[in-house]
Unconditional design. Structure first.
Length: 131
């Protein structure tokens, strides 16, 4: 009996929690099968770690819960959580994922810049009028 693996991934405001356990190769994201999840590009983005893992991803089930953020942020957070779970399951995948794309294992720490007081946008300077 193999243990259950819990991992998390973050991207912008999106947070994904993945649970990996022995099974038949089923992947659920927010209780929706991966084949029916979101749009085509997001689906491909989430599938990347599974395709790179190949045979290592066959005998496991993945359940991912994603909340917050937008469509692309959620896809990237789920991708990160899945990749981390697969690496914990099979440590040989770490090198493969690192060579393909470092963001599969390391979270992208960029966030939205805070809005400044008395200005309309984060970087907009107050307009000056000399008349």
């Amino acid at each position: 009996m193999q243990k259950v693996i819990h991992t998390k991934g973050k991207r912008k405001q999106a947070i994904a929690r993945a649970t990996l356990h022995p099974g038949t190769g089923r992947v659920l994201i927010n209780n929706i099968a991966l084949e029916h999840y979101s749009n085509h590009l997001s689906r491909l983005r989430v599938q990347e770690p599974l395709l790179l893992a190949g045979e290592a991803a066959q005998g496991i089930d993945l359940a991912v819960n994603v909340c917050g953020g937008g469509v692309n942020g959620q896809a990237d957070a789920a991708r990160l959580a899945i990749a981390r779970a697969l690496v914990q399951h099979n440590p040989q995948l770490k090198r493969t994922f690192d060579e393909y794309d470092r963001l599969l294992l390391v979270a992208d720490v960029r966030r939205k810049e805070a809005r400044k007081p008395n200005d309309s946008k984060a970087r907009a300077a107050r307009q000056k009028s000399y008349r």
